[in-house]
Write a protein that binds this ligand. Sequence first.
Ligand SMILES: N[C@@H](CCC[C@H](N)C(=O)O)C(=O)O
Length: 274
Amino acid sequence: MMIPFYKMHGLGNDFVVMDERTERFGLTPARIAALSDRHRGIGCDQFVVLRPACQAGADVFVRFFNADGSESGACGNASRCVADLLRQQGGGASPVLQTQAGLLSARIDAPGEVTVDMGPPALGWRDVPLAREIDTLHLPIDGDPAAASMGNPHVTFFMADQPDLDPRAAGPALERHPLFPERANVGFARILSRASLRLRVWERGSGLTLACGSGACATVVNAVRRGLVDRTCRVDMDGGSLTITWRAADDHVLMTGPAATSFVGTVDLDGYPS
Ligand SMILES: N[C@@H](CCC[C@H](N)C(=O)O)C(=O)O
């Protein structure tokens, strides 16, 4: 069965997008993991499935899966890509995405340049979630990280005056630290100024990526909570930069950055586990 797919990326955080709005393709976690494999499949950090929206006001229902087949409630970079894909397909300038984390309003600023309202962060220990009641601003882990949810769990380490740390060293163990019952995305941030920071992220279920949109949002939220940056902050990642604004008026986090289509292809699903 030959199935079309879109290969897209946001700052090098790359996605396979499959459109199940008219037909289902039997995309089990095992099949998604096999298709996401960079050696034996198409290859991607996240696998994105489009379904018909079932909530009033939404244009499409979007589900995000990591390369290991696990599902995530949010993916910032893929949200910008889906908004831009809808534009390419003739949609309007303000698409609304239904996600597991709620409705996300997007704005096409220019072709391939998108702002997504990622909604308010969730800062309670049950929201992240953490395994027990702890102040999310100071977790009892070496390095004094902070935690926040942007629809998915993030922990942020602020690395004072250190050269870029390789997240592959500490990331895997921290992702599965007993404090995080649903695992966590692990960010290593270095403050550059009141309006900019450097970030590398070890992603739950995918490993080191070139950029992480929800991670950029969570990091700015945690940096503002610690009094380290202003509410609008540029986040420089290996693949490029995003602008994040944590709006005081309504607590929403806005993420602005690029969305790109690499190529469109077809794949024979019969060769993959069901
Ligand atoms: N790359 C993403 C985040 C993807 C999901 C994450 N790995 C998770 O499991 O929560 C982004 O751009 O936000």
